[in-house]
Design a protein around this ligand. Sequence first.
Ligand code: SAM
Length: 320
Amino acid sequence: MDPIPWRDAWHTALYAAELGFYVTRGGPAAHFTTATHGVTGAVLADALLRLWGRSHDDPPKVVVDIGAGRGELLTHLLSVESAVGVDVVDRPEGLDPRITWVRSPGGALLPDGLHGLHDALVIAHEWLDVVPCTIAEVDDRGRLREVLVDPATGDELLGGDLGPEDAEWAAAHWPDPGPGERVEVGRTRDAAWADLVSRVHSGLLVAIDYGHLRANRPTAGTLTAYRAGSLVTPVPDGSCDLTAHVAMDSLDADELARQREVLRGLGARATGPEHARANDDPMGYLRALERVSAEAELIRPGGFGDFWWAVKHVKGPDVP
Ligand SMILES: C[S@@+](CC[C@H](N)C(=O)[O-])C[C@H]1O[C@@H](n2cnc3c(N)ncnc32)[C@H](O)[C@@H]1O
């Protein structure tokens, strides 16, 4: 096959009807674990509600999870009046009937019907890293060129100069890459996030992802592929997940911090329950232990603790 820009091959490989990895190969949980699965998901959900509570007197009217997988995180957010899961498949079987499900086109594209959200807590946990982006590489003459890929084999080739929008993004956010270095152009992620923000009339949006800031951009590229729990060679043929770290500081956000800092600020301590409680309330003690180890997992440097939280407040036109 003729080589094409990674951005296009990536979109087809993850989201095309009858081929896309996320459309045809089962939920993300079948291939890799994220913090939304299991007890860490429950702790994360509580933290998100506490974050909301820092700037709002009343609970959110609706919680929307973009890239909801099979609704794992939302099952811990059913105390909210309305819960909406958005992902690229039809409503998962067995999903709690209190959750509304909306099918999305995928990648940078969001469903038309999702707009005008009021008092909404909108969560995008590991969404932006699967929004396809342009991949570029500096050639040995110092020119930043688009990387093309053969969708059948994953073989790469350097193409022409970046288009003007990508070139502008790279110049603004990814300073001075040297020969052989890669640039993962965050423009499509910024645009997808801005689109999501524009759908919210009032509320709070939180993007949680692994990523980097201008001061420490990766040099070798972060494009990675997973299938059935294993790392595999990135080939955009629909057989594997394709993900790349997010330039978190180019997103339009009001707050940006590591997950470990955010969770500590929201009260995560990861210290064990009083041992005496084991006698008085053994089940409660075990639950508390389980929670503490989930907190520890979520704030662990080198693990989930390194994730970034980008938070955007949308006040609505009537709120001073
Ligand atoms: C890495 S998985 C994360 C799933 C879940 N949020 C979690 O953390 O466990 C990314 C998910 O985002 C979904 N996704 C990608 N683009 C999307 C879009 N535009 N709208 C809704 N879901 C999308 C994928 O189908 C996939 O389920």
